[in-house]
Design a binder for this molecule. Structure first.
Ligand SMILES: Cc1cc2nc3c(=O)[nH]c(=O)nc-3n(C[C@H](O)[C@H](O)[C@H](O)COP(=O)(O)OP(=O)(O)OC[C@H]3O[C@@H](n4cnc5c(N)ncnc54)[C@H](O)[C@@H]3O)c2cc1C
Length: 450
């Protein structure tokens, strides 16, 4: 760790604060980084695995505090079904340690490289079954936090409103140092897979918009195809073998990005490249999803840890009201066709989506008022991506999309303010009280949170 500068003692002249990256190895060092005398350059931003797609974890002229050395699992309580861990523990490490004791996280979360702190401080969502399983942060019952002024503070269920503000707070109210979460015994669900046309999927999305099943899907927008993965708890659960899910994860997350990146390099004719890309996507999804994968649980479906920013995949995620999604998905397919025609750009990876239950456990929950569908556009193709995400943001705004401060690229601050409305006003008030000098506020976040 870089030591946080000199103190003013009268004998020494204070050095100007320098931008830098700090990796405190324990609570004491973390507190020292944040205390006002530490002389580290402002603003300070916290970074876990750095997998967010916006600048919420960056501080170009200030300091970044990385949490990866705070990586202890403190306690797994098999009687009360809770786990306590430091913020830098990777979700994959946590999932493995819990599985050894027959326990799992509540909710279906992949991206095993992300950190516990990052997953609690931003929307960490997936196709969980039931109305309690949308976000990991819902399960937090206690957090130890280091404030913007370097003091230790405990936030627990005894103060539900404060805890709701700290969930998904993007590191704006303080640094999560340690958290205790509810977990549960490993529970098997049945998974069924179908390949549908966009029209047929639109009907299914309409029917399932208010049902609490776990729904995940992969959209091949240029091929009129959606691969649907539907999950339910059965009265008589089958066996959840992890090998088929590993194959599925490997196909979706490793094989496809690598093959598409190579095709981008070696095949210069777009029409041929895209035909190959869609063919390979369809074959991979058809094979791994329909034939082998019938039962699962939150451990087998968690996927593997990936190094770096998930192999450099580009992504932007928006949430749409579930009630409108049957129309939105058709509009999205038209949008993709129009962009390809006008600009010659298209994403090479299938878009991934899932249903997110209504959940008001966090003040800044994207599905605070109603269930949503998250739609994540993913690509390995960099050239043209920046323009694409601007067009995508306009599309999302037109169709009532809710931006995520950590995952939606190119959203307009005014649109985000309107989407989160009075909840954002309330959050800003709490933020100003906890960080009156804006030490944790970078220019990107200041657009919405100052
Ligand atoms: C290809 C791809 C697919 C993805 N798919 C999904 C998905 O399906 N569902 C989903 O929910 N997310 C998804 N994500 C997004 C990403 O994994 C999440 O945003 C993740 O929760 C962030 O965790 P992190 O450790 O990387 O945090 P970072 O990106 O480092 O930080 C995220 C935010 O949390 C804050 N923060 C981090 N640690 C702390 C702490 N200890 N205390 C206070 N604040 C902190 C940061 O300041 C920042 O504002 C995907 C990402 C990629 C690359």
């Amino acid at each position: 760790m870089q030591s946080p500068g000199f103190r003013d003692t009268g004998k020494f002249i204070r050095r100007p604060a320098r931008p830098g990256v700090y990796t405190p190895a324990n609570l004491k060092k973390l507190m020292r980084c944040l205390e006002p005398h530490s002389n580290i350059a402002l603003p300070i931003r916290i970074r876990g695995a750095g997998s967010a797609s916006t600048d919420c974890n960056e501080s170009v002229n200030g300091s970044v505090i990385r949490t990866n050395a705070l990586n202890r699992i403190v306690r797994i309580d098999t009687y009360n079904h809770t786990v306590t861990a430091e913020a830098g523990v990777r979700l994959g490490t946590l999932v493995d340690a819990l599985a050894d004791k027959g326990l799992e996280l509540i909710g279906n979360h992949d991206q095993m490289e992300r950190t516990l702190g990052g997953a609690l401080a931003s929307p960490c969502m997936g196709p969980g079954i039931g109305d309690q399983a949308a976000y990991l942060s819902r399960q937090v019952i206690n957090m130890k936090v280091v404030t913007a002024g370097g003091k230790l503070m405990t936030v627990s269920e005894q103060k539900p409103h404060l805890l709701a503000a700290f969930r998904m707070s993007y590191g704006l109210l303080g640094v999560i140092y340690e958290a205790t979460l509810r977990v549960r015994p490993i529970t098997t669900f049945a998974a069924s897979h179908r390949s549908l046309s966009i029209d047929r999927f639109s009907d299914v999305a309409d029917r399932l918009s208010s049902s609490n099943v776990g729904l995940k899907f992969y959209v091949l927008a240029h091929r009129d195809r959606v691969y649907v993965d539907l999950r339910r708890y059965n009265a008589e659960p089958g066996n959840a073998y992890d090998t088929p899910w590993k194959i599925k994860d490997w196909g979706e997350s490793t094989v496809l990005p690598q093959v598409f990146r190579s095709l981008g390099r070696v095949m210069p004719i777009p029409a041929v490249r895209y035909r190959l890309i869609d063919g390979i996507s369809a074959a991979t999804h058809g094979l791994v999803t329909t034939k082998f994968v019938n039962h699962g649980n939150n451990v087998t479906t968690a996927g593997r840890r990936r190094r770096g920013k998930r192999q450099g995949l580009l992504y932007s995620t928006w949430c749409f009201p579930a009630i409108d999604f049957s129309v939105v998905i058709k509009a999205y397919v038209d949008f993709c066709a129009q962009v390809l025609k006008a600009n010659g750009y298209r994403c090479d990876m299938p878009a991934v989506g899932f249903r997110v239950s209504k959940d008001a456990s966090a003040l800044l929950s994207p599905s605070f008022d109603e269930p949503m569908f998250a739609l994540q556009t993913i690509s390995t193709a960099r050239h043209g991506w920046d323009d694409f995400v601007i067009d995508l943001a306009q599309f999302a705004e037109t169709w009532g999309g809710m931006p995520l401060f950590s995952q939606s690229r190119a959203f307009r601050a005014e649109h985000a303010s309107q989407s989160y409305s009075s909840r954002l006003d309330f959050f800003r008030k709490i933020r100003r009280q906890l960080d009156p000098d804006d030490r944790l506020l970078n220019p990107f976040l200041a657009q919405n949170f100052s």
